[in-house]
Design a protein around this ligand. Structure first.
Ligand code: UDX
Ligand code: UDX
Length: 469
């Protein structure tokens, strides 16, 4: 968080040399943050959303969700007349040269992609295009399974507008690679831009819009662009599940998986990133995208063996933290367990697919009381769990959550959790820490009288001996 903050503080509002009118349909992470990126480079950006409160908030110069540095930048861009929001999709489409589709593509109950919002926004864009004369480029930015742009978006726009793709309007697919908590960097200085295009005219126009962005740009066809996003996310998720599987093996052999992955990551063909073992991956992308690709594979008659294993390992991984706490406390009935971290990762208030939920559900099932704290994620987590029967209390700080607890589980790595010391853990009824993200120094904590366990942790001599017996 500190890094992200200091970086965004250094960002001055660029005059930029972009000069295009852009409409972003959807004011979620993808639409707002990418829109901010275009506005920062000098373009005039209109964010469209069906939710009036989101629109009002943006027009007041604030972000509807938490992301380091975003409020400040939205404020400057709104005041500089580069960014505005509206619920009026028709007018935004009329005025725009580029229309980006950034609506959500959630997971259906069966794990496949739900394209309802994509269909309805394509239809609305088509309706708005009726009666316009200018050539405009429609760009799919939402994550969509291969062939969706051609088979769903293009026909819906053509039907509603009476126009022909390629002749009357351009079509591109341009995936986003923003990582929450560090999203501004991804929007202002992306490490790559992938442009999938229906034809050269569409692709050239979009490449022109991206001219001020200095990074490698890859021109491909529409389906390859769609697939690049899924293959990227699935590969990163695979690295994580692989590390988690190795971690579980390491624990049995008294080996520290973090030492192992330090060694593995030194191989430049592998690289050190996304090898951090823990309680698994959450968030708005990895779980849903790996699942959507696995479904798309099966629909096409391909057995997605790796993708299935990645999801299976990830589903099991949060329970490893519960097993570790049970290993120390034995029965969890009536025990108070501090849960440090509710958002799916630090520096965000996003709780989508957070590993905190399966952990708290499992603890509830075992009769324990979870005492939860997160610097930003508590309101969203409360909304997520409304109506669910969970034994959960909320604390106002990490220290308050630890007061009188029988054990603590670290679920995400906010910087304030990294600063916790043995003194803090001594506030607990029994100082037992289960480090689900391996952010603390287990050896020093154990020396100071705290019982420490971590995912893929080698353990002290005593625990290794016990394990090997
Ligand atoms: C999501 C997915 O996580 C990502 O994989 C996909 O590429 C794009 O959508 P995010 O931007 O975080 O990313 O989604 P979400 O927070 O759901 O935002 C979508 C926005 O679109 C919401 O504000 C919603 O109100 C708005 N919307 C949705 C519309 O304006 N019109 C619609 O028809 C549907
Ligand atoms: C991800 C991709 O990184 C991004 O490129 C894409 O556009 C959207 O999906 P995001 O979900 O915001 O971004 O976060 P990310 O940092 O990738 O983390 C995802 C999850 O994986 C988190 O729950 C995180 O805790 C977990 N993770 C990440 C690990 O468990 N180990 C790691 O080594 C890295």
């Amino acid at each position: 968080m500190d890094d992200a903050h200091s970086r965004t503080r250094r960002i001055n509002l660029s005059k930029g040399n972009g000069k295009h009118n852009i409409a972003m349909i959807g004011a979620g992470y993808v639409g707002l943050v990418s829109g901010v990126g275009f506005a920062y480079h000098g373009n005039r950006v209109t964010i469209v959303d069906v939710l009036e409160d989101k629109v009002e908030k943006i027009n007041k110069g604030a972000s509807p969700f938490y992301e380091p540095g975003l409020d400040d930048l939205v404020n400057k861009l709104v005041n500089g007349n580069k960014l505005r929001a509206t619920t009026d999709l028709d007018k935004a489409v009329h005025d725009a040269e580029f229309i980006f589709i950034c609506v959500g593509t959630p997971m259906s109950d069966d794990g496949a992609i739900n394209l309802d919002y994509i269909r309805s926004s394509a239809r609305s864009i088509g309706n708005a295009l009726k009666g316009t004369k200018d050539y405009k480029v429609i760009v799919a930015k939402s994550t969509i399974v291969p062939s969706t742009t051609e088979k769903v978006i293009v026909p819906a726009v053509e039907k509603a507008s009476g126009k022909i793709a390629g002749r009357d309007f351009g079509v591109c697919m341009n995936p986003e690679f923003l990582a929450e908590g560090d999203a501004l960097k991804g929007a202002l200085e992306p490490d790559r831009i992938v442009i999938g295009a229906l034809d050269n005219k569409s692709g050239d126009a979009l490449e022109g819009l991206y001219a001020p962005f200095k990074c490698p740009k890859l021109r491909v066809d529409l389906r390859a662009a769609e697939m690049i996003k899924y293959a990227s996310n699935s590969f990163l998720a695979t690295k994580i599940s692989f590390s988690n599987e190795v971690a579980n093996i390491c624990e049995k052999y008294g080996v520290d998986v973090y030492q192992v992955m330090d060694g593995v990551g030194l191989d430049f063909r592998i690289n050190p990133r996304f090898l951090r073992a823990g309680v698994g991956f959450g968030g708005s992308c990895f779980p849903k995208d790996v699942s959507a690709l696995a479904h798309a594979a099966e629909d096409a008659g391909v057995t997605p063996a790796i993708l299935k294993a990645v999801l299976e390992i990830n589903d099991r991984q949060p329970y490893r933290a519960v097993e570790l706490v049970e290993g120390v406390l034995r029965s969890l009935k009536g025990k108070r367990i501090a849960i440090l971290g509710l958002s799916f990762k630090p520096d965000t208030d996003d709780i989508r697919f957070t590993r905190a939920l399966p952990i708290i559900e499992a603890l509830t099932g075992k009769g324990a009381i979870s005492v939860a704290y997160d610097p930003k994620g508590m309101p969203n987590f409360k909304a997520l769990t409304k109506g669910k029967k969970l034994n959960i209390e909320y604390a106002n700080s990490a220290r308050e959550a630890l007061d009188g607890a029988d054990a603590a589980i670290i679920q995400n790595e906010w910087s304030e959790f990294k600063k916790l010391t043995a003194m803090d853990f001594k506030r607990m009824r029994t100082p037992v820490v289960i480090d689900g993200r391996r952010i603390l120094d287990g050896i020093s904590l154990e020396k100071a009288g705290v019982t420490y366990r971590g995912i893929g942790w080698k353990g002290n001599k005593e625990t290794i001996l016990k394990r090997l017996k």
